[in-house]
Design a protein around this ligand. Structure first.
Ligand SMILES: *[C@@H]1O[C@H](CO)[C@@H](O)[C@H](O)[C@H]1NC(C)=O
Ligand SMILES: *[C@@H]1O[C@H](CO)[C@@H](O)[C@H](O)[C@H]1NC(C)=O
Ligand SMILES: *[C@@H]1O[C@H](CO)[C@@H](O)[C@H](O)[C@H]1NC(C)=O
Ligand SMILES: *[C@@H]1O[C@H](CO)[C@@H](O)[C@H](O)[C@H]1NC(C)=O
Ligand SMILES: *[C@@H]1O[C@H](CO)[C@@H](O)[C@H](O)[C@H]1NC(C)=O
Ligand SMILES: *[C@@H]1O[C@H](CO)[C@@H](O)[C@H](O)[C@H]1NC(C)=O
Ligand SMILES: *[C@@H]1O[C@H](CO)[C@@H](O)[C@H](O)[C@H]1NC(C)=O
Ligand SMILES: *[C@@H]1O[C@H](CO)[C@@H](O)[C@H](O)[C@H]1NC(C)=O
Ligand SMILES: *[C@@H]1O[C@H](CO)[C@@H](O)[C@H](O)[C@H]1NC(C)=O
Ligand SMILES: *[C@@H]1O[C@H](CO)[C@@H](O)[C@H](O)[C@H]1NC(C)=O
Ligand SMILES: *[C@@H]1O[C@H](CO)[C@@H](O)[C@H](O)[C@H]1NC(C)=O
Ligand SMILES: *[C@@H]1O[C@H](CO)[C@@H](O)[C@H](O)[C@H]1NC(C)=O
Length: 648
């Protein structure tokens, strides 16, 4: 029914009359630009980079009002465990010299629901509001972090967390009861399969028709729409305020439409600098890329030389030298400095861009040949006829191009395109969103990297493939823009040395300015002998399962790397984590590592050696494959195109 309406533009008034509240709220607004509006901010070359003024103000506010107390609180937590830490830990964290503090960022990988849940379990382990974590001596690190990045399933986590005003992880997963459920955070609704919520296929079709109706306002206002807009409306029901289990199917509600990513800056937790600065990561899908830098193998479609796109609440762009520019998030969709677009940066759209792996289907060429296949819904419904650009890939995320024009030519591969397209952040092989945390102007020296992507050589477990690919990208393409500590060159080495089944520190002895990386992966079953719950790609998760998964993740995060191989956990892990957290700051004060920090750091640090086990049939390239972000939709629509999903 809606298909006809969308295609036949002559029926516009009819459609307008039929528009739902969500469709109206999802429609971008066009008006005169505010005076002094700047469309593009040049971020500068490495060595001469600047971060955005609003971000700088936020970080400065957080550093002066939140972080000193956060470090003191974290120090008190670890000290209460009676760990015999060397005195420099207390001098650094308990002192008043902000130049001495560690500069911490946290990255949450892609990997579908698995990654959202694993990431939340790990953040819980670091959260100073969780009394278990406080008693363990790890709670408080989340509060001391400057940045929190998320990609795909990790973007659903970081995006929902930020917009819900930074609640406890248990509240994030399960929601909160409120007298006004149409605005309050209602939880992830994990038992409801994304985009495929019914067992009755006819009803699923009607549900998707509803999602399409909700993007009709945007379409008729003249904006290019794509599959990601459909995803965005489903995201609205899972990751944005206002949806509960009981109102999920009430189509009179907006279900997250009208909630913007830039609007997160207006939340109380943001105004008080209480959140780590959230950054979502996507990749640029471009017809103009250098495809000889594409990592070969299934699932990866974005060349490593394409800019990695970051979407923070103030700006969209990249610090990669191949873009090195940003446009304001609030005015996403704007392409000149006279007519400004707002309300296009919908939170569901932005987190959807980070998790859009459906681009692998390249459905722009499939029109008419894909009935019943959900990923090509836009082309089946004539949406491409509105596209101003013939080579647009309909299953990508599309945005009017702010970086179009002579001044960007030679700097940006898409400078002549009117639309830019984005794909899942993991589509280039890097599912851990570490690139924004390596930006030199941000000055981070310690990165807690959470990896629950599945590496293809390792079933649904992580095996370091993302770090392998990041190392490769930086060393071959961007050696001056970024510094990255040495990691193994392939996933076979990660597996042979058990680097993803226990926390591993990279960069302990780096002679570069690279940050120290604390790597915690979903690399294998928990040591306590419980049956593993996280080596799967779930498309729906009952609440008892969700609780069990969060609890098991907590066990995995807290088990550490025992000196005694038969032990279930390492009693020194929280102390050793504190040693790693302060290690770069220790170096700055010219103090040598000592005490428990000298011994346990030796155990947790990768020593740079290789084992070089012979592997079977996997070649070097195949070993580098990382299965993208495993966006939700893929699993959700499995029943509709089983064949494709079995392959991917
Ligand atoms: C540094 O970057 C700014 C833009 O942020 C630019 O105007 C300036 O020319 C650059 N300086 C050098 C030395 O590259
Ligand atoms: C730490 O030591 C104090 C003083 O001996 C003791 O009261 C407290 O219970 C100890 N805490 C832990 C977690 O062992
Ligand atoms: C909300 O309240 C209902 C009824 O009291 C209760 O069953 C449910 O567990 C509560 N949900 C949350 C997330 O607190
Ligand atoms: C979402 O709901 C929470 C309360 O559950 C509230 O604190 C927060 O401000 C809301 N977020 C938005 C974007 O309205
Ligand atoms: C599926 O849903 C449709 C539409 O609501 C309904 O007509 C049909 O009877 C349902 N089929 C089954 C098997 O329940
Ligand atoms: C934040 O709130 C102010 C005051 O209501 C409003 O003017 C501004 O547009 C809002 N900012 C965003 C990004 O929504
Ligand atoms: C494309 O990438 C390859 C491999 O890095 C490089 O050798 C080649 O020069 C690049 N081509 C262009 C046009 O930049
Ligand atoms: C600015 O962009 C709008 C579309 O958002 C367009 O209608 C208008 O013509 C453009 N103005 C100029 C001066 O290019
Ligand atoms: C997508 O389809 C277009 C049109 O046929 C084709 O030119 C392009 O190479 C395809 N892209 C990929 C990544 O397969
Ligand atoms: C600090 O790090 C540098 C570079 O890795 C190293 O040469 C130096 O010995 C370190 N200093 C201390 C006190 O650890
Ligand atoms: C703290 O984390 C544990 C482990 O997941 C969980 O069982 C507990 O409910 C959490 N406490 C709070 C207050 O969130
Ligand atoms: C992985 O790296 C090790 C050490 O460099 C090397 O010996 C081994 O052959 C590599 N394995 C594969 C599958 O590339």
């Amino acid at each position: 029914m809606f298909a006809t309406l969308l295609v036949a533009s002559s029926s516009l008034p009819l459609l307008a009359a039929a528009q739902s509240a969500a469709s109206v709220a999802y429609t971008p607004v066009t008006g005169a630009c505010p005076s002094g509006f700047t469309l593009v901010r040049q971020a500068g070359a490495p060595g001469n980079q600047t971060i955005g003024a609003e971000e700088a103000a936020y970080i400065s506010g957080r550093k002066s009002t939140v972080i000193p107390n956060a470090w003191k609180t974290y120090l008190a937590n670890i000290q209460a465990t009676n760990a015999s830490l060397p005195s420099y830990v207390a001098s650094i964290l308990g002192g008043d010299n902000s130049a001495d503090y560690p500069n911490l960022g946290i990255a949450c990988s892609g990997g579908g629901w698995r990654a959202s849940m694993f990431g939340a379990g790990v953040l819980n382990f670091l959260d100073g509001r969780n009394s278990t974590s406080v008693a363990l001596g790890t709670g408080g690190l989340l509060q001391a972090a400057q940045y929190l990045s998320g990609l795909s399933g990790g973007a659903n986590l970081v995006g929902s967390l930020a917009q819900a005003n930074f609640p406890l992880m248990e509240v994030l997963a399960f929601g909160t009861n409120s007298t006004d459920p149409t605005n309050a955070w209602g939880g992830w609704q994990t038992p409801i399969i994304q985009q495929d919520p019914y067992t009755n296929m006819t009803q699923n079709d009607e549900y998707v028709q509803q999602l399409i109706e909700e993007i009709a306002g945007k379409y008729h206002a003249g904006f290019a729409v794509s599959y990601n807009d459909v995803t965005a409306r489903d995201n609205g029901r899972h990751f944005i305020n206002g949806t509960t289990a009981s109102n999920f199917f009430d189509d009179t509600l907006v279900h997250g439409a009208g909630y913007t990513w830039s609007g997160v800056a207006n939340l109380t937790s943001f105004e008080t600098y209480s959140q780590p600065f959230p950054i979502l990561v996507a990749t640029l899908l471009s017809p103009n890329g250098n495809f000889s830098t594409l990592i070969p193998g299934g699932g990866l479609i974005i060349p490593q030389s394409n800019p990695i796109i970051e979407l923070n609440v103030y700006e969209m762009g990249s610090y990669d030298p191949t873009l090195a520019a940003f446009t304001p998030m609030k005015y996403l969709g704007t392409t000149n400095e006279s007519v400004c677009v707002t309300n296009l940066d919908q939170t569901g759209t932005v987190i959807g861009a980070s998790g859009d792996w459906n681009t692998i289907y390249n459905t722009s060429v499939w029109e008419g040949s894909c009935p019943g296949q959900l990923h090509c819904i836009p082309s089946c419904h004539g949406i491409e006829r509105h596209s101003p650009q013939p080579d647009i890939v309909l299953d990508s995320a599309v945005f009017p191009n702010a970086f179009n024009g002579p001044s960007m030519q030679g700097q940006f591969i898409d400078a002549e395109e009117s639309i830019i397209m984005m794909s899942d952040g993991g589509s280039n092989g890097e599912a851990v969103p570490i690139q924004p945390l390596l930006v030199k102007a941000r000055g981070l020296d310690t990165i807690f990297a959470v990896d629950s992507n599945q590496d293809w050589t390792n079933a649904y477990w992580s095996a370091g493939g993302s770090l392998v690919n990041t190392q490769n990208r930086i060393n071959t393409l961007f050696p001056t823009a970024y510094s990255f500590p040495p990691v193994p060159t392939n996933t076979s080495e990660f597996i042979a040395q058990n680097l993803s089944t226990r926390p591993t520190f990279f960069g302990c002895d780096s002679s570069t300015e690279a940050p120290l990386i604390i790597y915690l992966a979903n690399g294998g079953p928990p040591r306590n002998g419980e049956a593993p719950l996280l080596n799967q790609a779930p498309n729906s998760v009952s609440y008892p399962e969700l609780q069990a998964i969060l609890d098991q993740t907590y066990d995995v995060a807290s088990q550490g790397y025992p000196a005694d191989a038969s032990a279930a956990s390492d009693p020194e892990w929280p102390a050793c984590l504190a040693c790693a957290i302060v290690d770069r700051a220790r170096n700055r004060t010219g103090t040598a590592r000592s005490g428990v920090c000298a011994t346990c750091m030796t155990r947790y640090c990768w020593d740079g050696s290789t084992v070089g086990l012979e592997t079977t049939t996997t070649g070097g390239a195949a070993a580098l494959r990382v299965g993208g972000g495993w966006g939700m939709a893929g699993m959700a629509i499995a029943s509709l195109f089983t064949l494709a999903v079995r392959y991917f």
